[in-house]
Design a binder for this molecule. Structure first.
Ligand code: FES
Ligand SMILES: [Fe+2]
Length: 351
């Protein structure tokens, strides 16, 4: 077994704007991120404006039905071109009306030829990498980055093996949140269940969070936790159903994928830095089409409870690490091995 890091990365990395700038440049600008589902842009001309890391992105369905992603920045003076979502024949910048086709080409701009410009062909919206996993859409701002399949690894196979057919699920809701903590603290909190018996009594009454049952695995950018339900689960959530075990993945840097035991279910969403000490997250929830309302309500409430408990935990960590008198913390070599792995990925990425 390789030596496990038992010291954390420097705590200054959770508050330093220079570190966040580097992370945006060297991590988020060249990483895949889940942005939404194909149904959000079902018809030709429909678009949705979003972000990958801090990069503004617009996802469009073109006339041929192909999904495309562009940098949502006007080639004229840099305004955001699209906001929110909608359906248009062209994408028109609201500042001076430079107008782009659904293929990104600049098709019209007031006074363009009158003032002698002939370079329209060079001034299209910048295309970004887009790919799909079933109904799920992912974007990577780096067109040279390795393909989505490499990023996902064997997660799609693991989801299938759990008896979940993503195409057969229905979208339930998007839950958004903002946390007063660095994005890495949110990710690291997701990556260990050492805190579960202490801080998640409801979760731990349903799931077996003992070190013997709760398994941790990692493979490159994929960090996975598996957990069976307790033999006799107590509490507010019924984990019986076609899915036998929980699986919780983090795909570096911040795409979270959850499956709970119970009826077929799936949730996915990114962890994104807004500022050194502020994080934005969303989770899109999907469930079996025939799951009954009572179960759905129970499972969303169960997840919301864990989320509320985690918010307090990560914000308390942020308040501690920003104190400045201590330089670093310690990690448990087994229970927190995924945190150590995540931190090593950050260190490598930042060089
Ligand atoms: S900035 Fe977009 S048209 Fe001028
Ligand atoms: Fe937690």
């Amino acid at each position: 077994m390789s030596a496990v890091q038992t010291r954390t990365i420097p705590w200054s990395w959770y508050t330093d704007p220079a570190v966040l700038r580097l992370e945006q440049e060297r991590i988020f600008r060249c990483s895949w991120q889940y942005v939404g589902c194909q149904d959000d842009v079902a018809e030709s001309g429909s678009f949705v404006a979003t972000r990958v890391g801090e990069v503004p992105v617009v996802v469009v369905r073109d006339e041929e039905g192909t999904l495309r992603a562009f940098l949502n920045v006007c080639r004229h003076r840099g305004s955001l071109v699209c906001e929110g979502s909608g359906r248009r024949a062209t994408l028109q910048c609201p500042y001076h009306a430079w107008t782009y086709g659904l293929d990104g080409k600049l098709v019209a701009a007031p006074r363009f030829s009158r003032e002698g410009r002939t370079d329209a062909a060079e001034l299209g919206l910048i295309p970004l990498q887009l790919d799909t996993w079933g109904p799920l859409v992912f974007v990577n701002p780096d067109v040279d980055a390795a393909p989505l399949a490499e990023f996902l690894g064997d997660v799609p196979e693991r989801i299938r093996a759990a008896g979940i057919d993503l195409a057969a699920l229905r979208f339930l809701q998007r839950a958004e949140s903002e946390l007063d903590a660095n994005w890495k603290i949110s990710a690291e909190n997701f990556l260990e269940c050492y805190h579960c018996p202490v801080a998640h009594p409801g979760f731990s009454a349903v799931m077996d969070v003992s070190p013997e049952a709760y398994l941790l695995e990692m493979d490159g950018g994929r960090m996975t936790q598996h957990s069976p339900p307790r033999p006799e689960p107590r509490g507010d959530y019924d984990p019986s159903g076609e899915v036998e075990r929980g699986q919780f993945h983090l795909l570096f840097p911040g795409t979270v994928i959850n499956v709970m035991p119970g009826r077929a279910n799936f949730s996915i969403g990114p962890i994104l830095p807004l500022a050194p000490e502020k994080t934005y997250r969303f989770l899109d929830y999907f469930v079996a089409k025939d799951a009954d309302e009572a179960w759905i309500e129970e499972s969303l409430a169960f997840d919301a409870q864990v989320g509320a408990e985690d918010r307090i935990l990560v914000e308390r960590v942020q308040a501690g690490v920003r104190a400045g008198l201590l330089d670093e913390g310690r990690l448990m070599p087994e229970s927190e091995q995924l945190v150590a792995h995540f931190q090593s990925l950050v260190v490598n990425a930042l060089g």
